[in-house]
Design a protein around this ligand. Structure first.
Ligand SMILES: Nc1ncnc2c1ncn2[C@@H]1O[C@H](COP(=O)(O)OP(=O)(O)O)[C@@H](O)[C@H]1O
Ligand SMILES: [Mg+2]
Length: 228
């Protein structure tokens, strides 16, 4: 599903070139749950953003499903993000003034889905994450774990193939973190492909496979980990 080969990425900081990814190759099959691990500043988010078509590589090739990403236009990338990808971030990124259901409806507003269909699908997604009874609550009236579950409902509401998650438990206590990981495992069981960045061993242990990143290069592969 994901084939990223020999990718390089360098950021410019003023007149300084900062190499961030060097000759990175990653293959991820449909239905896998993969954790990307490595020290702070090693390039995990940069790699994840490239995989999520939020950023582009300077060199190398990237194919997602049947789409050639390298060299695609901004419009094409936006369409591919909409069709293939759902995003989850450490800080939830919910809109504070609107309730859970309306937050979950947002990606469908952008996709031009009719309001009646939007409502039905938003409630179905909230049901999957176990929050049907919190649909009318604004984010401030939900716990951190519940807010992240709303964000997951929002990420899956357009039925993407792949879920991209950057430190999804970084702001949560361990009980809420484990609930989120069990939800990820449930999504994997339903056929989703999940690519998650974390720096916590305990969280990575919920994934099937770990891809290590160190100083912008792939370090160690620990294949076929036993799932919790
Ligand atoms: N937009 C940017 N411009 C300049 N440097 C950046 C940018 N994004 C990330 N970096 C640098 O690239 C390196 C890797 O960053 P990042 O991918 O965020 O690492 P990680 O997620 O593993 O902590 C860091 O040194 C960071 O400062
Ligand atoms: Mg990061």
């Amino acid at each position: 599903m994901i084939q990223l080969h020999n990718v390089y990425k360098t950021y410019q900081r003023g007149s300084l070139s900062v190499p961030v990814l060097r000759n990175v190759s990653v293959d991820i099959k449909k239905g896998e749950f993969v954790a990307i691990m490595g020290p702070s500043g090693s390039g995990k988010s940069t790699l994840l953003n490239i995989l999520g078509c939020l950023d582009t590589a300077d060199a190398g090739s990237y194919t997602l499903g049947n789409n050639i990403i390298q060299g695609a236009s901004e419009d094409n990338l936006a369409a591919i993000r909409n069709r293939w990808l759902g995003f989850i971030f450490q800080s939830f990124n919910l809109i504070p003034r609107i309730d859970a259901k309306h937050n979950v409806e947002l990606p469908m507003v952008y996709a031009g889905v009719l309001p009646s269909v939007r409502q039905k699908r938003a409630l179905a997604a909230l049901n999957i994450v176990g929050l049907a009874d919190r649909a009318k609550h604004i984010p401030a009236h939900l716990s951190g774990g519940q807010q992240q579950r709303v964000a997951i409902a929002r990420a899956i509401v357009n039925d993407p193939e792949i879920i991209i998650a950057d430190e999804p438990t970084g702001a949560l206590d361990s009980q809420a973190s484990h609930e989120i990981m069990r939800l990820f495992q449930q999504l994997q069981a339903s056929g989703k492909t999940i690519v998650m960045v974390t720096h916590e061993d305990e969280i990575a242990a919920f994934a099937q496979r770990i891809i290590g990143v160190r100083d912008g290069e792939i370090s160690d592969h620990q294949d076929e980990r036993v799932q919790k």
